[in-house]
Design a protein around this ligand. Structure first.
Ligand SMILES: [Zn+2]
Ligand SMILES: [Zn+2]
Length: 239
């Protein structure tokens, strides 16, 4: 299978493309967002890393690229090493340099039956799957901003799913990149590093964030009403 068939993509905004890996098991099939900025392109999350991501992005040679990891889990950081500038939250910063299983949870992927529907190439084996180290070059925290020239995205620290989960909020354009803080489907709060009380706080916070569209770590974009009903349901279902 040619590498170009490994990723699917759709334009989800004027300058935003959603990219995903359809042959990866649904539980690990995450989103990569390419935001084409005036001066800088952003890659928000980087997929599984089984097939090189960067050549698929049609990047301009002269424009800098900043890759942002919403958190250190296996399904979001596999291709991070392909980018020179790599940002992630302080709480997980130490984990990117070695990408140990205990933080990326790559062992859960290796143990997943039918981890992929089709192998990315003939030599690929789930048992040999590993995440390549990708030490952060920029450590971010709540309130920091990531600029593209025509967008300014505010870092929101949204722990619960993982300790250093972040979202990026572009208040001016109403775009919210949510990572695994929230998405359509069952929210995962029982992984090593997950914390239900932190997650509940994050949900209470998300109820008050204003935006038009949320681009989630998994699945399709959602609007503010849907996000608020997911957050409310989580708060009702936990204590
Ligand atoms: Zn995750
Ligand atoms: Zn995920």
């Amino acid at each position: 299978m040619p590498a170009t068939d490994w990723f699917s993509r759709e334009r989800v905004g004027r300058d935003i493309t959603r990219i995903w890996e359809p042959h990866v098991h649904a539980y690990f099939r995450s989103n990569i967002f390419h935001v084409r900025g005036r001066d800088v392109d952003l890659i928000i999350d980087a997929g599984m890393g089984m097939v090189p991501l960067r050549p698929q992005l049609r990047l301009q040679d002269t424009k800098p690229v900043v890759a942002v990891a919403t958190h250190v889990h296996v399904d979001h950081v596999g291709g991070l090493n392909e980018f020179e500038t790599r940002a992630g939250h302080r709480e997980e910063a130490a984990f990117f340099a070695d990408m140990a299983d205990e933080h990326t949870l790559a062992h859960l992927f290796r143990a997943q039956p039918d981890a992929v529907g089709r192998s990315p190439n003939a030599a690929w084996s789930p048992r040999a799957f590993q995440i390549k180290p990708a030490a952060l070059t920029r450590i971010v925290a709540e309130g920091d901003r990531i600029e593209t020239g025509d967008r300014s995205l505010r870092v929101l620290h949204l722990p619960g799913h993982s300790p250093g989960s972040i979202g990026l909020l572009d208040e001016k354009n109403g775009d919210f990149f949510a990572g695994d803080a929230i998405y359509r489907g069952r929210l995962i709060d029982d992984l090593p590093g997950s914390d239900v009380q932190s997650y509940r706080k994050t949900m209470r916070r998300l109820l008050h964030i204003e935006f038009s569209r949320a681009y989630c770590g998994h699945g399709e974009p959602i609007d503010q009403n849907e996000l608020r009903s997911i957050a409310s349901a989580y708060l009702e279902g936990t204590n």
